[in-house]
Design a protein around this ligand. Structure first.
Ligand code: INI
Length: 149
């Protein structure tokens, strides 16, 4: 039998992994995610990493541990004037998708990729929503969906 939303969430454990790089932005993404998860009975833990490049390795270890129903990755890669952006953003996205497909644990991509700090701030609670909130909703929906399959 498929559990109700609340039954499923009561047994759920969610790990949030947040990149410290561009901390002004990522702290707001984290606050947005926690705000959504506060109204869920799921158990929530947070771990910090230096930058988005480090998100996949921690997500991989966590996913393989079997402890988590879903993992949320949060970060902000801001283009500025450096080609570093493409490597960091591209590898983070690829690595996170690889972990999710290899382990079967939903790993949510809550990483902002923007041209400017202003665009990132606007998407972390100032003008155009908060990607951390969206990521938390995505995690809850994926936990439910995975429990039904
Ligand atoms: N990390 C980010 O999370 N965002 C960025 O915008 C960024 N830029 O632009 O360089 C960034 N770099 C650090 C990277 O994620 C690693 O922490 C670092 O290279 C050490 O491996």
């Amino acid at each position: 039998m498929v559990g109700t939303k609340n039954d499923v969430q009561k047994k759920a454990s969610i790990l949030i992994i947040v990149a410290s790089f561009n901390e002004l932005v990522t702290k707001s993404l984290h606050a947005g995610a926690l705000d959504v998860l506060d109204s869920s009975p799921a158990q929530v833990t947070t771990k910090w990493v230096p930058g988005c490049f480090e998100l996949p390795v921690v997500a991989a270890k966590a996913a393989r541990s079997g402890k988590y129903s879903a993992i949320i990755t949060l970060g902000a890669v801001i283009r500025g004037e450096t080609p570093h952006f493409d490597f960091v953003a591209g590898e983070a996205a690829r690595g996170i998708m690889d972990v999710s497909l290899e382990t079967g644990v939903p790993v949510i991509f809550g990483v902002l990729t923007t041209n400017t700090v202003e665009q990132a701030l606007n998407r972390s609670g100032i003008k155009y929503g908060n990607k951390g909130r969206d990521a938390a909703h995505a995690a809850l929906q994926m936990i439910q969906t995975m429990s039904e399959i």
